[in-house]
Design a protein around this ligand. Structure first.
Ligand SMILES: [Zn+2]
Ligand SMILES: [Zn+2]
Length: 91
């Protein structure tokens, strides 16, 4: 029912595969959006903590969805909307 899908990574522009298995996983979790980034970019974004004992630095940001202040685990770049976890999971 699901088929592997090729998506172009928003960060590095490389194509990556959104596998049938991952699509099924996303559907199960109720995510309606597709991943925007390849695995290495996702890992890179997650993995600022690599090497500092896993403590994750959180940055202050304003959610582009609901306008509330929130904390995000990456430095907001300003040229990309930032969403709180609520809005992010709704997208
Ligand atoms: Zn990438
Ligand atoms: Zn929000």
């Amino acid at each position: 029912m699901y088929q592997d899908k090729t998506i172009v990574c928003k960060d590095c522009g490389k194509e990556f595969t959104f596998t049938a298995q991952e699509q099924e996983f996303f559907a199960e979790k109720g995510f309606t959006n597709e991943p925007q980034r390849c695995k290495s970019c996702r890992d890179a974004r997650k993995g600022n903590s690599r090497g500092n004992g896993g403590a994750r630095q959180m940055y202050d940001a304003v959610c582009a969805g609901c306008g509330r202040p929130c904390k995000v685990p990456f430095q907001p770049s300003g040229d990309r909307p930032v969403y709180c976890s609520d809005c992010f999971s709704k997208r």
